[in-house]
Structure formats: C-alpha cells, structure tokens
Design a protein around this ligand. Structure first.
Ligand SMILES: [Fe+2]
Length: 301
C-alpha cells in the first residue's frame, strides 16, 4: 500500500502490471489540487483505478468530479442520458461491450480518460477486464517493436458487429444499427502512439480496427491477432468484480477493456463520462487523422 504525499489516499495494486484500488477518498468536485494530482499520478502509473463505496455520487456529482480531470466529451453518435453528459450503458438496451477495445478510437482525438460508475450490477457476472497497452508494447520482441513502430491502421465504428458479438440479441443489433453507426467515421491512427503525459509507447488497436494499412488483408488480420494476443495475455490484465457504488477511472490512452457478457438476462447498468483527449502522435511525430465521416441515417425534418 503506498501513500501519496499530502493526501489521505491509499493505493493498493490489484494486479502486477495494471490496476490499483484507491481507498481513503470520497470522490467529489471538492477535492483539493493535491488530491487531484495524486489521483492523476496514480492513474498514469496503474492505468486503472478502482474506488469502492462512492454511493454519494449521482449523475451530476459524477460529471462535476470528472471535470477536475479535463473537458467532458460526448459520444459522437450515441445520445447522452437525458439532460446529462453521461452515456448510460444498459444491458437491456443492447449495450454489451464484450469485445476488447479502447473507447472511441474511430475518431482522431479519442478520450484520454473514462470514468465509469456502477448503478445496477448482476448478482454474479458482468465483470470488466482491462489490459495495459504500454506493457504489451514493452513485452514485444525488439524486431516486432521495430516493425509496429512504423505501421498505421484504419479504425472505424462500421465494424463487423456479428463477428465480434456472437451472442448478440435483436436489441443489440438495433442499438448498433440505429445509434452507434448513425454517422460513420474512418480514422487513421499509428499502431504505436507516444503517450502525451508519460512518453510511454502504447499499442492502439482493439475492435474498431479495420485493417493495418499497406499490408494484405490476410497479413493484417494475422498481425492484429498476434498483437491483440500480447495485449490481452492474462498476465497483462486486471479483472474487477463490480459492486454498486464503485467508480472506475482508466487511462484510455494506455488500456483496452472488455465487459464480460456472462450474466444472461440479468440487468447491468453503468454510466460513463469521457474526457476529451488529444490527437495521437506516432513515434516519428505524425498525427492521427479522420479521413472520412458521413451520416448513414438522414436527418429528421
Ligand atoms: Fe468501453
């Protein structure tokens, strides 16, 4: 357990390469600057922070707390919960993120941080698993690091939904077709991004990757599979058993995550705030770019 200077924060790692539980703090917009800075330092080090017993937070409280770490960023296609800056992920309405991903990598400046609060949690199941994309990069053999440093990939929200979600319900399909892809984005990201705060090299892949550019589709698929295997190796992950009132914050520039879809027709509701990120920069200083963006559903008049 480590204590951060000038604060009551206690930080207990949960797994060796990623994830720590933070105790001794009540999350709110009233935190002082040392507490905010201690949370940010811990986030950069552990990539995912878990806070139990934050029952006092409501939607507004979650938003105001999140603002301490950056500007709120709304989902580019899915509407917020009424009157809030919060995206509600409700399992009964098709929101089951059971594929490895980094949030919103189909846009160029995808969020730096996500803040997720649990509202309804199944009696058993519905855990989330996070993976560290910085240690995944470091653990690659040097020859493979040299290769991926030079590669770029196309990310889109128009991905093969059925291939990723093999047990999707009709509500899941409707959510994907009506909301998630109401505007389609295609963005070119470097496969290796230099983290703007830590300088670490991180892998930018996950479910929104369509292909690695300048490779054949077959080579691209095989290389993505090799890299994803490194990212999601069990030693490189942490798994969290949610309780109602938990808040989890992750560095979306250095992680992927997966919501385990093992709870059948039990209800699971979590609410997410995302914070605006900056445009990724490759190891040779080039920036990501959104190449195409177009509406698939005509505007209602
Ligand atoms: Fe997500």
């Amino acid at each position: 357990m480590s204590n951060f200077t000038n604060t009551s924060l206690q930080v207990q790692p949960v797994a060796a390469r990623i994830g720590a539980e933070v105790r001794g703090i009540k999350l709110s917009a009233d935190l002082n600057t040392s507490e905010v800075s201690a949370i940010r330092q811990a986030l950069l080090k552990y990539k995912v922070l878990f806070f139990r017993n934050q029952h006092h937070l409501d939607d507004h409280g979650q938003e105001e707390f999140s603002r301490l770490f950056g500007n709120l960023y709304n989902h580019p296609t899915v509407p917020n919960k009424n009157g809030t800056n919060i995206l509600e992920l409700d399992s009964t309405h098709g929101s089951r993120a059971d594929a490895w991903h980094t949030d919103l990598t189909f846009v160029d400046a995808y969020p730096q941080v996500s803040v997720l609060r649990s509202v309804v949690i199944p009696e058993v199941g519905g855990d989330t698993v996070w993976a560290n994309t910085a240690t995944a990069y470091e653990s690659l053999p040097k020859a493979l690091r040299n290769l991926v440093d030079q590669l770029w990939a196309l990310h889109t929200n128009d991905y093969d939904y059925a291939a990723y979600h093999t047990n999707a319900s009709s509500e899941d399909y409707q959510y994907y077709n009506d909301l998630f892809t109401s505007t389609i984005y295609e963005t070119k990201h470097p496969v290796v991004r230099v983290h703007p705060e830590t300088g670490e090299r991180t892998l930018v892949l996950g479910q929104f990757v369509k292909r690695i550019l300048d490779l054949s589709l077959s080579d691209s698929n095989q290389l993505i599979s090799i890299l994803q295997d490194h990212i999601t190796k069990l030693e490189n992950t942490v798994r969290w058993r949610w309780k109602v009132g938990d808040v989890v914050i992750w560095d979306n520039r250095a992680t992927q995550h997966y919501a385990v879809n093992d709870y059948g027709d039990q209800t699971r509701v979590v609410r997410r705030v995302t914070l605006a990120g900056d445009i990724p920069i490759s190891v040779d200083g080039k920036r990501s770019v959104t190449q195409r963006k177009f509406k698939t559903i005509p505007e209602k008049v």
